[in-house]
Design a protein around this ligand. Structure first.
Ligand SMILES: *Cc1c(COP(=O)(O)O)cnc(C)c1O
Length: 357
């Protein structure tokens, strides 16, 4: 039986990317050595890093004046690196959930943080639209896709100040107007590679303005000056990222990823709406293409565990919702084939028939 992996992260990667990584672990490029055993300064690794950085720029249409970095640490490290490097006096943050709240907490260590709006009043089930950004803020921080709550900003919003975005869970799933941002960052383990790696796209002339001492390892300028090799980078995850970036390009690039994401999401959301047993939790206009959250409809709550078991019996795995919200979450990142979304929808239909007899 084919298994469809709906994990939120670390999550599904294209099968060929997993196989290419596995082959490189055993013997990289016929060299008789594992990629894990090669120096990051070696003639073999340098082209991997260079091509991965170049492909990020190419696929996301990154303008001149921006650099791409691949660092260890995960998205959470950038919750502190971003304000360390970019917050001189005041920054604006949009609070759309757990990850945004964590970013806000770290930023408060570095200056004044204005929370411009929050959707905490409705359990982060929507993205606030009416808010004012102070014109003297150094940046406005947004979380483009709220992995836990299943809401997504599917466009680059207008703001009087430049944007900073945590795009951990929707990078490479839609075209982005990078010129609106001074920094885009995220963990790699949702839509790019395995865990242990983070990515950053940073505008060079936004840096060096904070007037505080920054430890070298946390200074974006130091990483840029060292070509993303200030210290030993996570070499194997960078190779996986490269294989995945090549895969995205071969499939037709980011616009094609967006088309597929919309198609998959429609299959699942349509079934949630049609099916009497389930209901969605996110506001319709803010629903995420990447993480589809739903719960048992009122009166059917007791069937939650039963549906998870039924889904597993059909090869639909890891649809349990985040521990903080419960219910179900079907994460449909770039690697999820349309057939996976259809299998989940069929599973929901068949479960409804089974329950209603
Ligand atoms: C998963 C996730 C994070 C946390 O990433 P780490 O790499 O574990 O630090 C942060 N933000 C968003 C939007 C996420 O989905």
């Amino acid at each position: 039986m084919i298994k469809y992996n709906f994990n939120a992260g670390p999550s599904m990667l294209p099968r060929e990317v997993v196989e290419q990584t596995a082959a490189a672990v055993l013997d990289y490029d016929g060299k008789g050595l594992s990629l894990m055993e090669l120096s990051h300064r070696s003639a073999e690794f340098k082209p991997i890093l260079d091509e991965a950085r170049a492909l990020m720029k190419e696929l996301l249409d990154v303008p001149a004046g921006y650099e791409v970095l691949f660092l260890g640490g995960g998205a959470s490290m950038h919750f502190c690196m971003v304000p360390f490097n970019l917050l001189a006096k005041k920054a604006a943050y949009l609070n759309t959930g757990t990850w945004a709240s964590k970013a806000i907490k770290e930023a408060r260590l570095f200056g004044e943080v204005v929370e411009v709006a929050s959707s905490a009043d409705k359990a982060f089930s929507y993205i606030p639209k009416d808010f004012t950004v102070p014109a003297d803020a150094d940046y406005l921080h947004v979380t483009s896709n709220n992995t836990i709550y299943g809401t997504q900003l599917r466009r680059d919003i207008d703001s009087p100040v430049s944007l900073v975005a945590d795009m951990s869970s929707d990078i490479l799933s839609r075209p982005v107007d990078v010129s609106k941002y001074s920094c885009i960052y995220g963990g790699a383990q949702k839509n790019l590679a395995q865990s242990g790696l983070s990515f950053v796209i940073v505008k060079e002339d936004a840096l060096g303005r904070v007037g505080r001492a920054i430890p070298s390892i946390l200074d974006y300028r130091v990483h840029i000056a060292n070509g993303s090799m200030f210290n030993t980078p996570p070499t194997l995850p960078i190779y996986t990222a490269l294989c995945n970036l090549r895969w995205v390009k071969a499939q037709g690039g980011v616009p094609e990823m967006e088309r597929r994401a919309a198609e998959r999401a429609a299959v699942v959301y349509d079934e949630i709406e049609r099916n009497a047993l389930f209901c969605g939790t996110a506001a319709e206009e803010d629903r995420s293409y990447m993480n589809i959250d739903f719960v048992m409809a009122p009166g059917y709550e007791a069937l939650e565990g039963g549906f998870i078991d039924f889904a597993v019996s059909r090869g639909v795995v890891a649809i349990k919702g985040h521990r903080s919200v419960g219910g179900f979450r079907a994460s449909c990142y770039n690697a999820m084939p349309l057939e996976g979304a259809r299998t989940l929808a069929t599973c929901m239909k068949d479960f409804e028939k089974k329950v209603q007899g």
